[in-house]
Design a protein around this ligand. Structure first.
Ligand SMILES: Cc1cc2nc3c(=O)[nH]c(=O)nc-3n(C[C@H](O)[C@H](O)[C@H](O)COP(=O)(O)O)c2cc1C
Length: 177
């Protein structure tokens, strides 16, 4: 896919057809995402594919807002960070998550970032469980010392997202001449 087509096609997609996601496509995209740069080449990010649909859909309940799209996704990839490897583990994880989304789109799949970070499961309940803790309960195979940064929801889109408002080029792109 041409780069321009790829970046245009990468749109957050929150409804999927239910067509199964091929594991080989996930493997290729994850291998490509590993080429993402990292601070001091610390390579602190790990990726975990989740293809068991019961678990993918359970991840949709990680929060009481903004995560339910996973309840109909065909797969998910959890983006993990080794915080002992780099103080920049969150930045490294974000960069890899973005490259991963583009690699998945290049495989004909659609994606959406579902954030974990420091979010709580219940946004108005300050002592509710953390989203990270919830994700680790759904996926006990996540190594204890890895942090959970985000989950990429994956599937075949059942709609074409509406175009975003035009970008504010002159305001956001600066040239110091
Ligand atoms: C750091 C980050 C966190 C996000 N978290 C969520 C999320 O938890 N749930 C969700 O539905 N979308 C989430 N998104 C998707 C954004 O809402 C989306 O990228 C934005 O609205 C722009 O739309 P586009 O991706 O189609 O260009 C997140 C995106 C980023 C980059």
């Amino acid at each position: 896919m041409e780069f321009k087509e790829l970046i245009t096609k990468r749109r957050s997609t929150r409804r999927y057809t239910g067509k199964p996601v091929e594991i080989e496509k996930l493997r290729i995209a994850m291998e490509q995402a590993l080429t993402a740069p990292s601070s001091k080449n610390t390579r602190s990010t790990r990726l975990m594919a989740v293809t068991n649909l019961q678990k993918v859909h359970a991840l949709g309940k990680m929060r009481d807002w903004g995560s339910s799209l996973l309840e109909e996704a065909g797969a998910a990839i959890v983006v993990l960070g080794d915080e002992s490897a780099s103080p920049m583990w969150q930045t490294n994880a974000s960069i890899m998550a973005t490259v991963l989304q583009l690699a998945l789109v290049n495989q004909g799949l659609s994606t959406c970032w579902v954030h974990v970070g420091d979010y709580l499961t219940l946004k108005d309940v300050p002592d509710s469980k953390t989203t990270e803790q919830y994700v680790k309960e759904v996926l006990p195979s996540i190594p204890e010392d890895y942090r959970v940064w985000c989950v990429i929801s994956i599937g075949y889109a059942d709609y074409v997202p509406k175009p975003l408002p035009p970008y504010e080029g002159p305001e956001r792109i600066l040239f110091d001449e």
